[in-house]
Design a protein around this ligand. Structure first.
Ligand SMILES: Nc1ncnc2c1ncn2[C@@H]1O[C@H](COP(=O)(O)OP(=O)(O)O)[C@@H](O)[C@H]1O
Ligand SMILES: [Mg+2]
Length: 277
């Protein structure tokens, strides 16, 4: 139950929650993962009253590849990716990193392998600079500034009286949602972890800011395993594999071209977005 409590608070600030109470199982040390992620017959229940939100999901993500998850709101995409850093644990089945059940690793080591940019980024009550550097150990000012520039943080920070040394307020309240997402992207660039999770990472950005940080996101995905949940299908067409989820199940998977040709759920979604854009 201690784990469950940590989870509820921890989805966006998991790095500070690596307290001993959460270290339920694993003691296996992990320096740097290759980054192969596998969901093996995963079923997941938040609470028994509502039933399972994931049903027997199996999916292998080779190291270095990009897999996109698409599907209606509530189809289980965020729940699925939340199992990788162990915000939650499967009710049945397992999640593996480099072939080892994630529950076997020391929690801190596991989470060092993962950068996460989510829909709703929560920051620490500290400066922009320290929020970018968080989780990266010792980072030089040059490295922090390069990440800030690439993620388009400098664009708004330079307008502030103290620049990157401006405090962000309690949970980042002094900034907009889009500004917080840009800081989280800068943090991910700097952290350079082998596994990247982008859960609607640009949903709070206006089209112009999103266009400008696409380059940073492309750089970020290169040479690492990426699980990306996109609100706009056009941003994930290049993924190595696109997985369509519905009501907690994988209903289709393939490349963009294959899925369009298959004329199923993805093709329908794609046509709907094209006409509403
Ligand atoms: N913390 C939670 N507690 C209980 N149910 C949840 C929680 N988070 C999500 N759910 C439920 O799990 C299902 C899948 O949600 P989610 O994984 O967020 O889907 P998606 O990311 O595809 O929109 C939904 O029915 C949602 O209401
Ligand atoms: Mg979601």
């Amino acid at each position: 139950m201690a784990l469950q409590a940590g989870i509820a608070a921890g989805a966006s600030v998991f790095e500070v929650l690596d307290e001993p109470t959460e270290q339920l199982t694993g003691g296996q040390a992990l320096q740097r993962a290759r980054g192969e992620v596998e969901f093996r017959d995963v079923t997941f229940v938040y609470n028994a009253d509502n039933g399972a939100v994931l049903h027997n999901v199996s999916l292998k993500v080779p190291a270095g590849s990009t897999v996109a998850l698409v599907g209606k709101s509530g189809s289980g995409k965020s729940s699925l990716v939340g199992l990788v850093p162990r915000f939650y644990e499967p009710s049945a089945g397992a999640v593996l990193l480099d072939g080892v059940d994630v529950r076997q690793y020391a929690l801190r080591d596991l989470r060092e392998q993962i950068s996460l940019v989510s829909q709703d980024v929560v920051l620490f009550n500290d400066t922009i600079r320290n929020n970018i550097a968080f989780g990266s150990g010792v980072a030089t000012p040059q490295a922090i500034e390069a990440a800030a520039t690439a993620a388009w943080v400098t664009e708004f920070a330079s307008e502030l009286p103290q620049g990157l040394d401006t405090p962000v307020g309690d949970r980042g309240a002094l900034l907009s949602g889009g500004q917080r997402q840009r800081i989280a992207i800068a943090r991910a660039l700097l952290k350079n972890a082998p596994v990247l999770i982008l859960d609607e990472a640009t949903s709070a950005l206006d089209t112009e800011s999103e266009r400008r940080i696409q380059q940073a996101l492309t750089t970020l995905k290169r040479d690492r395993t990426t699980l990306v949940i996109a609100h706009r299908l056009s941003t994930i067409e290049q993924a190595d594999l696109i997985v369509v989820m519905d009501e907690g199940r994988v209903i289709e998977q393939g490349t963009h071209a294959q899925l369009l040709g298959g004329n199923g759920a993805y093709a329908l979604l794609s046509r709907l977005q094209a006409t509403s854009a």
